[in-house]
Design a protein around this ligand. Structure first.
Ligand SMILES: *Cc1c(COP(=O)(O)O)cnc(C)c1O
Length: 352
């Protein structure tokens, strides 16, 4: 794929303070843009990062045909840069695109475009442990038309932002029954903008009550756990690790989730993907078998849960120091990402 490139004259990369990176506030020198029109993708362009202008009638603003991805690139001790499993994100992006009646983005735009962009902005990948370059691919409908219909014109873009080491202190979780994140037949399995918009109010109210995140349950019986906040969720009950299955289409198929399951199974730990009810978690807790609980996602990687508020009943998890699985997972993933361990699974996509 031929990508036309317009470079900045002065890089801003030397302005990053590696010890004080605020997530999502600073963007690297360049961004990628590709437009879709008349049934095909035009040549992608890499240009200096900056504002884009559009008509106020641009359709995604009104009707939300808009999807995104979140991926990270890491620099190892030798200075080589690799992206963690970007093809899985590319495939998932196209699953989201299909559900939202948007065109597939071909591999040479999504993956090769990302490779070009990050090679050009390689000085933006922070070196210190725990740091990374967060990559945000996204696509939105660009028809200048406020009639309600699936759009015909789209724009795909990639922007990147340095991310600091993310320490997730054990979170306090509120089990949400009043609001529902996703129903069967809906768009819970996609990374669509609207999924996030709908969660802002419940999330705000939960914070006002003094909790960090919501544990979402299913909308039909209000008892099966789905996700926490915008992360997948795992519970260790006795010796087994359990995470909700993806059957109902209400849960996002996390790349971290898949990686965690694979690592655990390789280690000989039983992982069950199946419906998991709050009642089962409460019962396990009463028997002293609720050992660990954590969220997984690209941003936090592993986010330990300290307590759950389920209809006013507090479930306190054992002290994090006693946790075995999640701390091992965290280290294992970091070792693979920073090249301290041989990447036997070919998860790291080498850039330069
Ligand atoms: C992105 C996302 C996740 C985590 O997926 P990863 O691929 O692991 O980053 C989980 N749940 C929701 C709702 C998400 O949007």
């Amino acid at each position: 794929m031929n990508i036309s490139t317009l470079k900045v004259t002065d890089s801003r990369a030397n302005q990053i303070d590696a010890n004080n990176i605020q997530f999502g506030r600073t963007y690297s020198d360049h961004m990628l843009i590709a437009d879709y029109e008349d049934g095909h993708w035009k040549q992608p362009q890499i240009v200096p990062y900056g504002d884009i202008s559009m008509s106020p009638a641009t359709s995604f603003i009104h009707y939300g045909q808009s999807i995104f991805e979140g991926i990270k690139a890491y620099k190892n001790a030798q200075g080589n840069i690799s992206i963690f499993r970007p093809k899985d994100n590319w495939e998932r992006f196209n699953v989201s695109a299909e559900r939202m009646a948007m065109p597939h983005v071909p591999e040479d735009i999504f993956i090769d475009g990302m490779k070009h962009l990050i090679t050009l902005d390689k000085d933006w990948v922070p070196t210190s442990d725990g740091c990374s370059l967060y990559i945000r691919p996204f696509m939105f409908a660009t028809d200048e038309f406020i009639g309600v219909k699936p759009a015909e014109k789209f724009r795909f873009m990639i922007i990147t932002s340095p991310a600091g080491a993310y320490y997730s202190k054990p979170t306090r979780i509120y089990v949400q029954k009043q609001y529902i994140r996703a129903f069967p037949g809906g768009i819970g399995f996609t990374k669509a903008a609207g999924n996030y918009g709908a969660c802002m109010l419940p999330s705000l109210q939960t914070k006002q009550m003094g909790y960090d995140q919501i544990l979402w349950v299913d909308g039909l019986e209000h008892k099966y756990v789905q996700e926490i906040g915008t992360m997948n969720v795992f519970f260790k009950l006795g010796d087994k690790v359990i995470t909700p299955d993806l059957e109902a289409g209400t849960i996002l198929a996390g790349v971290t989730r898949a990686s965690v399951m694979e690592l655990l199974r390789d280690k000989g730990i039983t992982v069950e993907e199946r419906p998991l009810s709050i009642d089962e978690i409460v019962a396990a807790h009463e028997k002293g078998e609720l050992r660990e609980a954590f969220g997984t996602g690209t941003a936090a990687v592993i986010a330990p849960i300290a307590e759950l508020n389920y209809e006013g009943n507090m479930i306190h998890l054992p002290a994090e120091e006693t946790w075995e699985v999640s701390s091992w997972l965290k280290k294992e993933l970091a070792d693979i990402r920073y090249g301290r361990k041989v990447d036997t699974k070919n998860w790291m996509y080498k850039i330069c």
